[in-house]
Design a protein around this ligand. Structure first.
Ligand code: ATP
Ligand code: MG
Length: 445
């Protein structure tokens, strides 16, 4: 069995001999070394997975000097970057250090020095994470993720979360879109024994059918056409942490049986490899589908369903817990509004909020409050600050133009934030990549 205390290194270099050399030299039982051939591939992998240390070629043909370093530092601040530099690059190397690179190593490599730098960079990452954890614990009451609600059912959910979080058993979180399944997954992770490591979340709708197994388990070089390099899967990235498989109903049927095996044996194999690896991972699942119907329709593996359904947290739609609306409104006003403003919702506006059905659940409420803050004057939220369908009732709801505009703007803002990376934007928005494409196509038409 391969030891499970390991960390992840990414080598981004356009020269194949350098990639090979670094992969061979740095790989050992504690280090998983991945490679990217270009800047573009590198940033994609860095954003999708979780790395501790990146070795980055200072001169890549497809990106401007140091641009990638800045992007990596922005996307994953808790990962250390070591620059690979050539002869005469000393000025750029110094500039890189000023931009937050950990150190630089010159070609041709002194392999002993390389080993020491990588190890030290990793130590720094561990220390920084530990500090972040301590800080987080110290002010967790202020900033941490909250699942707001006082309804009896919400109290029950809080109770379940507290009870199940420290246990390692898989949990299935169900409920309509926008009810807070992501929030609950994060809360379970935060209250578990692996909170010090980040949770890895993957939306199964974004897994490519033919590559889904490889994404989950990893593969070795040459194990199938196109497998030009060995690669770790999500289970390795989530080692000693939580893997959250969102929209589990979208997982290709043929992969479902293998996932059941992982849950039962706590081991897995990379594609093309005989050796079994320990799946030291807590698995969480979410779906807004009725999985039992999917089983009936032959689209979901029945045994897997029973395995993951053993502990389910069902989040009811917002319309069934309207008593929580004032609390949620307050929460979003405080969190999304100006700190200096004292917002007030006038009675008629609150009545409209209470009367509305909230088909988009808490996400829709959040968007509506975000919009109303922009439209408010002197902190006063009146009916005029609310979308038409809320104030005018179900008839107006048929033309949800205003909400669409809010949604569209929000989606475009996210895309902008992630430099047009649809995968990342979709994940942050909590929708599938397919849904994002559909929405973008609708805006364009
Ligand atoms: N009880 C709650 N308290 C505070 N914020 C909440 C609550 N429920 C949901 N939210 C917020 O509402 C938004 C949508 O929640 P979330 O992404 O968890 O929904 P979801 O059930 O995962 O939706 P989807 O099925 O579309 O992925 C997020 O901004 C989340 O922070
Ligand atoms: Mg979600």
């Amino acid at each position: 069995m391969i030891p499970d205390k390991s960390y992840n290194i990414l080598v981004i270099d356009d020269e194949e001999p350098i990639r090979r050399l670094l992969q061979n030299e740095l790989s050992n039982s504690r280090r998983n070394v991945h490679i990217a051939k270009s800047g573009e591939e590198g940033i994609q992998i860095v954003r999708d997975y979780w790395f501790d240390v990146v070795l980055l070629d200072l001169r890549l043909p497809d990106v401007k000097n140091l641009e990638l370093l800045i992007k990596i530092r922005e996307s994953v601040p808790d990962c250390e970057v070591i620059m690979i530099t050539g002869h005469g690059d000393i000025d750029s190397a110094v500039a890189a250090m000023k931009l937050g690179a950990y150190d630089f190593i010159r070609k041709p490599f002194n392999l002993d020095r390389l080993d020491i730098i990588v190890e030290k960079a990793h130590q720094k990452v561990l220390l920084a994470r530990e500090n972040a954890m301590l800080r987080h614990t110290a002010d967790s009451s202020k900033n941490s993720l909250k699942f707001i609600g006082n309804a009896e059912i919400i109290k029950d959910i809080h109770f379940l979360v507290q009870k199940v979080a420290p246990a390692r058993i898989p949990v299935l979180i169900t409920g309509e879109s926008g009810v807070g399944k992501d929030v609950i997954a994060h809360l379970i992770h935060q209250n578990s024994g692996c909170a010090a490591k980040p949770m890895i979340a993957k939306n199964c709708a974004s897994l490519q059918q033919e590559l889904a197994r490889s994404e989950l388990y990893g593969h070795v070089k040459g194990s199938f056409t196109g497998a030009t390099e060995s690669r770790e899967g999500l289970l390795a990235f989530a080692n000693e942490s939580t893997l959250f498989l969102d929209e589990i109903g979208e997982l290709p049927l043929e992969v479902q049986a293998s996932l059941l095996r992982v849950l039962e044996t706590q081991t897995y194999r990379r594609i093309g490899e005989k050796e079994e690896r320990k799946a030291n991972v807590r698995l969480l699942f979410a779906t807004n589908r009725k999985l039992v119907d999917e089983v009936e329709a032959g689209r979901f593996n029945e045994a897997l369903y029973h395995r993951i359904n053993a502990f389910t947290i069902e989040i009811p739609p917002l319309r069934q817990r309207k008593e929580d609306l004032p609390l949620l409104v307050d929460y979003f006003l405080t969190n999304l509004g100006q700190e200096s403003e004292n917002y007030q919702v006038v009675e008629r506006a609150m009545a409209a909020i209470l009367a509305y059905d909230w088909p988009g659940n808490v996400r829709e409420l959040r968007n509506v409050i975000e919009r109303s803050i922009i439209l408010s004057e002197n902190g006063l939220i009146t009916e005029r600050c609310l979308p038409r369908e809320l104030v005018e009732g179900p008839q107006a709801h048929k033309s949800p133009l205003a909400l669409n505009v809010v949604e569209r703007n929000h989606i475009l803002k996210m895309l902008d934030f992630y430099d047009g990376n649809k995968q990342k934007a979709a994940e942050t928005l909590g929708i599938s990549r397919k849904t994002l494409y559909r929405k973008l196509a609708a805006y364009a038409s």
